[in-house]
Design a protein around this ligand. Structure first.
Ligand code: GFB
Length: 314
């Protein structure tokens, strides 16, 4: 009985999974199950099956994924497509076969068409071409959504899918080659400030617009939806406002205290011109984000400084 009440967080060492774990530890009385990559390889179907049969979790949060910024997505299409498909197929099918009561699958705002009408409503899915730089990742995430919806329709499973906007926060990846824009800019601007360099170079034109949500707000929304949302229809999670990459850089320069020039390397891709989510579905349930972008960047910069000292930031 006790095992049936437990909640399994897949991917608890990543930025999203670790934020969900912190939130669960604070709010939930249910036993929490986690496994590191060394203990359980989610790409290995047999291992995943044995784990689910032995532990029989009652609820599952599927936060394990291969993720990365625009360049990593472009350079590693095979890994982004195959590893995500493998992990999510293994976890979602094992959840069904072992009678998991509820599963929450994390998708991404990049599943929507490149030129989707803004703000992007959930109904836009599969209505147009995807952004080529992250098409393999988006296809994998769309397959995950469709698998959850298929289990819901065919086998009446309560498997829900949430679509977060661009995320940032503690435990983000600050590697300049593979990271998303926000941690990359924190690191680049900090390095330029520390070395007294007169300018910092960012990718693309600086004109694309992105919406950023702090991962602690995302974790709060996921637990809220786990309790309050039982539909197979996908649901967006976002902040509700966006900024240009140039404006983001200006906020980060202010937080770091850097006064040099910002240059843009036009040989690097811009990606989707704009990605602002329509949050009507989520907001109608009563959830709201709490962490402003400037506040979130300040605390993430502090995290970067502290963890950099101890060598946790790659
Ligand atoms: O966050 P990001 O890598 O990915 O880039 P996407 C966002 C924008 O920031 C692009 C620009 O226009 C980049 O050209 N940018 C400027 C930079 N300087 C930098 C830099 O130093 N590093 C990075 N990384 N970008 C991702 C998808 O798209 O969004 C993923 O590739 C995922 O699959 C994620 O969906 C949420 O926002 O364009």
């Amino acid at each position: 009985m006790r095992k049936r009440q437990s909640i399994y967080v897949a991917g608890h060492r990543g930025m999203v999974g670790s934020a969900i774990l912190r939130r669960l530890q604070l709010l939930s009385r249910a036993p929490i199950l986690t496994r590191s990559r060394e203990e359980l390889d989610l790409c290995n179907n047999a291992q995943v099956r044995v784990f689910f049969e032995r532990e029989r979790p009652g609820r599952v949060i599927m936060a394990a994924a291969k993720v990365g910024g625009i360049l990593a997505n472009y350079e590693k299409p095979v890994e982004f497509l195959l590893e995500n498909l493998r992990m999510q197929n293994n976890v979602i099918s094992a959840a069904y076969e072992t009678g998991v009561e509820k599963l929450l699958f994390l998708g991404s705002s990049c599943i929507y068409p490149k030129y989707a009408h803004q703000p992007i409503s959930e109904s836009t899915l599969l209505s147009g071409e995807l952004e080529p730089t992250n098409e393999p990742y988006a296809i994998a995430k769309i397959a995950g959504v469709k698998l959850c919806q298929a289990y819901a329709r065919e086998y009446k499973k309560n498997f829900i899918s949430v679509m977060p906007t661009n995320l940032y926060g503690p435990n983000d990846n600050f590697d300049l080659h593979t990271s998303h824009v926000l941690p990359a800019l924190i690191r680049k601007v900090h390095n330029a400030w520390e070395r007294g360099e007169p300018s910092v170079t960012l990718w693309g034109t600086g004109k694309p617009r992105r919406e950023f949500l702090h991962v602690d707000d995302l974790a709060d929304a996921c637990l809220f939806l786990l309790e309050n949302y039982d539909s197979a229809e996908i649901i967006n999670i976002g902040y509700g406002e966006d900024v240009t990459i140039c404006e983001l850089a200006q906020i980060i320069c202010e937080v770091v205290g850097y006064q040099g020039k910002i240059n843009f390397d036009h040989s690097k891709p811009d990606g989707t011109p704009r990605k602002l989510l329509d949050l009507s579905r989520l907001f109608s349930l009563g959830w709201r984000p709490r962490i402003s972008l400037s506040e979130g960047i300040r605390s993430t910069y502090q995290w970067f400084l502290q963890n950099r000292k101890f060598g946790h930031v790659t």
